[in-house]
Design a protein around this ligand. Structure first.
Ligand code: 5GP
Length: 203
C-alpha cells in the first residue's frame, strides 16, 4: 500500500516594523524555490530601483480605490500614509494548488486576515512577527538604509512603537539578529509548519 500525502498551501504572514530587517531577510529567502512571494499593491511612489510588478504593483489612488470597491483585496490598510493591499486571487489560487505563499504585510492587514471569512484562508495561516533587537537598532537600520527623509523616519519610528505591541497575536516571534541567524530561524519555522499533520491530505 502506498501512502500518498499531499499538503495544503501555507500562507506565511510576515510583519515587522519598518527597518527591522524584514526586506533583507525576505530577499535572501529566495522565493520561487519552495514558495511564492505575493506582490502587493500600493499607492506609495516607487523608491529608486523598485520595479513595478516586482516590488509592488504601483497604483494611482483612483485605481486602488476602484479595486477596493470591487473587493479585489484579501486585506488592505493605510500604512505610513499610503494604501497597501493584497489581491485575494493571487493568494487563494496558489494555496488551493498546494503552493505556499508569503505575504509581507503590516499588523492591521494581519489582523484582517486572521478574521477572514474563508476557512481556507484561516487554516492556511502561519504568522510570524519579526522583532527588532531594540528601538535604537531600528533607528540605526532606518538611517543606514537611507531611503527615507528624516521626517519619514520619525513617522516610521512613531508607528513602530504601536506595531511592536502586536507581537503576541502572532504564532511566532523572531527576534532579529544577524542576517544569517534570521535566515536560519525563518527556515526552521517554515520547515516545521510544513510537517503539521493538519496540513496533510492522505490521498
Ligand atoms: P514599504 O513602504 O516600506 O515597502 O512598506 C511599508 C509597510 O507596508 C511595511 O510594514 C509592509 O509590511 C507593509 N505592507 C506592504 N504591503 C502590504 C500589503 O499588501 N498590505 C498591508 N496591510 N501592508 C503591506
Amino acid at each position: 500500500m502506498s501512502m500518498e500525502f499531499r499538503r495544503r498551501g501555507i500562507l506565511f504572514v510576515v510583519s515587522a516594523p519598518s527597518g527591522a530587517g524584514k526586506s533583507t531577510l525576505l530577499n535572501a529567502l529566495r522565493p520561487g524555490e519552495d514558495f511564492v512571494y505575493s506582490v502587493s499593491c500600493t499607492t506609495r511612489t516607487p523608491r529608486p530601483g523598485e520595479i513595478d510588478g516586482e516590488d509592488y504593483h504601483f497604483l494611482t489612488p483612483e485605481d486602488f480605490a476602484r479595486r477596493l470597491a470591487e473587493e479585489e483585496f484579501l486585506e488592505s490598510a493605510v500604512v505610513h500614509g499610503n494604501r497597501y493591499g493584497t489581491r485575494r486571487a493571487a493568494v487563494v489560487d496558489q494555496l488551493a494548488a498546494g503552493v505556499d505563499v508569503l505575504i509581507d504585510i503590516d499588523v492591521q492587514g494581519a489582523r484582517m486576515i486572521r478574521t477572514d471569512a474563508s476557512a481556507q484562508i484561516q487554516e492556511s495561516i502561519a504568522d510570524i512577527f519579526i522583532m527588532p533587537p531594540s528601538l535604537d537598532e531600528l533607528r540605526h537600520r532606518l538611517v543606514r538604509r537611507g531611503t527615507e527623509t528624516p521626517e519619514q523616519i520619525e513617522v516610521r519610528m512613531t508607528n513602530a512603537a504601536t506595531e511592536l505591541e502586536a507581537w503576541r497575536d502572532y504564532r511566532y516571534t523572531l527576534i532579529s539578529g544577524s542576517m544569517e541567524e534570521d535566515l536560519q530561524k525563518f527556515r526552521a519555522i517554515m520547515r516545521a509548519e510544513r510537517y503539521l499533520s493538519r496540513r496533510m491530505i492522505l490521498a
